[in-house]
Write a new protein. Structure first.
Length: 552
């Protein structure tokens, strides 16, 4: 029996080879039934429109089709059974070649290679139904190459590699299973497109688009990567190197992780996660990039965006409880926007490297209780605006700015037991009094609280600084401390009792202005040390106390 199978193998190879040398339009059909069969079909050398079809039914069978130096060729392998191997090799001048492998069963292997001076428009397709299957497609030097892998089962592995293939299109779909692995690599392939879809739990998907190997320096211009995962415990990674790349990750389920790494200019990354305990990480290096993370549906989600370069924009939108957002931007003219809804959320924005007239902008909006927002900015001409929305309680706002001509605005609205802390070191900084900047209280308002038991603290070190704070409702406290010359501090307290306002200024030519209007035991204390300082206090109501100390 083994001898007859070997004879069939040799006969098929000889007939196909002889036909390929003789003329075009050769057709080979091989059908085998049984186990451990082997067939090899070879069609080659300066011929066109050849076609090879192999069908095998049984286990541990092997089918190989080799087509070289023959354009417009077609190869088909169909295998039914377990532990089968199907291989199609199309090499050298195989323009518009088509290769298809279809297998049903478990632990099958499918390999398609289209390479070595391939022409344009080569197409490779692998369809596998079963578990623990492996599919590999390699397309080399074939512009507009198209590759597709579709697997239905558990524990499957799919790999597509496009090399030196501009406008290549690669798609991997893994359905109805778990613990699958998928990898797409597009190298030195401008305008390449990669799409990956995985359904089930515990899947791993990776897309890499990199055109700067082998001395290729033009960049991966206009590459697109799309990764969709539905299920729990999935991981998705996208790496892109070059300009004008687009990465899109969509995950539905819990305990998922998405990582996007992009190097180059004008890149865009979008991560959308629906579920709980999801993690998103985006790292962009270059200028004019845009990164967006949207997380919704549950608790304990984490979003991190890192951007290095100028004129980048980061946006985080989280809807759920106990979520964490981290945005870090290095260089100038960057924008960070964070929007969090529900309770127990935490946001940190760090921006550095700005210069005069080319500052960074950080905006944080939180709607819920027990939230915390921190903004840290170094450099000049930065803007930080934090708003904690209506009926928010037990929230904290921290703004730290180092440099000149920075603006900070923060407010907590109609809630209680919240804290606003603003620290600025440098000259010409503002907490309020900046045209066009606004928060809940309107334009030119720096720090404000509306509610009970809220605390505002502002510290400024430097010259020509301006601070404005408004604390309204019951038992609110305002504290402003300035060290330098020609600084201005303005504090107001409205509609409440037991308010406590304290302004301390050290230096010369400083100005303090306090206005209190409300029924209750309000107190104002202003301490100014050194010469040529001015203090103005207006207190309307009953039980108010005013203390002003000026000079050495």
């Amino acid at each position: 029996m083994k001898h007859s199978k070997l004879a069939l193998l040799v006969s098929a190879a000889l007939l196909a080879s002889a036909g390929a040398h003789a003329s075009d339009e050769n057709i080979t059909n091989v059908n085998q039934s049984g186990d451990e069969n082997i067939v090899v079909v070879t069609q080659q050398v300066a011929s066109m429109q050849n076609e090879a079809t192999v069908g095998q039914t049984g286990d541990r069978n092997e089918a190989t089709v080799i087509q070289s130096d023959t354009s417009l060729t077609k190869a088909f392998i169909t295998q039914l059974g377990d532990d089968n191997k199907g291989t199609i090799l199309q090499h050298d001048a195989t323009e518009s070649a088509t290769a298809t492998i279809n297998s049903t069963g478990d632990e099958n292997q499918a390999t398609i290679e289209q390479q070595f001076n391939n022409g344009a428009n080569a197409a490779a397709v692998v369809m596998q139904n079963g578990s623990l299957n492996v599919a590999d497609i390699l397309q080399d030097n074939g512009d507009a190459a198209n590759s597709t892998i579709n697997q239905n089962g558990d524990g499957d592995t799919a790999t597509i590699r496009n090399h030196w293939s501009d406008f290549a299109d690669a798609t991997i779909t893994q359905n109805m299973g778990g613990a699958n692995n998928a990898y797409i690599n597009q190298e030195s392939s401008d305008a390449a497109s990669a799409t990956m879809i995985q359904t089930g739990a515990g899947n791993d998907g990776d897309i890499e688009q990199n055109t700067q190997n082998y001395g290729y320096s033009a960049g991966a211009d206009d590459t697109v990567a799309t990764l969709t995962q539905v299920g729990d415990g999935n991981r998705g990674d996208i790496y892109q190197s070059g300009a004008s790349s687009d990465a899109d990750v969509n995950q539905q389920g819990s305990f998922n992780q998405a990582d996007v790494l992009q190097t180059g200019d004008d890149n865009m990354a979008d991560v959308d996660q629906m579920g709980g305990s999801d993690t998103a990480y985006v790292d962009q290096s270059g200028q004019d990039g845009m990164a967006t993370v949207m997380q919704s549906g549950n608790t304990f989600n984490s979003a991190t965006i890192m951007q290095g370069g100028v004129s980048n924009e980061a946006t985080v939108n989280q809807n759920g409880t106990s979520n964490v957002s981290l945005v870090t931007q290095s260089d100038f003219d960057n924008i960070a926007n964070v929007d969090q809804t529900s309770v127990g959320n935490n946001s940190t924005v760090t921006q550095s490297g700005s210069a005069a007239g080319m500052g960074n902008l950080a905006t944080v909006m939180q709607d819920g209780n027990g939230d915390s927002a921190s903004v840290v900015q170094t450099g000049s001409s930065n803007i930080a605006a934090v708003e904690q929305d209506f009926n928010s309680h037990d929230n904290d706002v921290f703004v730290y700015q180092t440099g000149n001509d920075n603006y900070a605005g923060a407010s907590t609205e109609q809630g209680g037991d919240s804290t606003v802390t603003i620290n600025q070191a440098g000259n010409g900084n503002y907490v309020g009094n900046l045209s066009g900047a606004s928060n809940y209280y309107g334009a030119n308002v720096g720090a404000g609280t509306f509610g009970a038991e809220n605390v505002i603290t502002i510290d400024q070190i430097g010259d020509n600084n301006n601070a404005y704070a408004d604390s309204s409702d019951f038992s609110s406290t305002v504290d402003i401390d300035q060290n330098g010359t020609e600084n201005t501090a303005i504090a107001e307290s409205w509609l409440g009792s037991d308010n406590d306002i304290m302004i301390s200024q050290t230096g010369t030519l400083n100005n303090a202005d306090v206005f209190v209007n409300g029924a209750g035991s309000n107190m104002v204390s202003i301490t100014q040390t050194d010469a040529s300082n001015t203090a103005n206090v207006t207190s309307i109501g009953y039980g108010n106390s005013v203390t002003v100390v000026q000079g050495m």
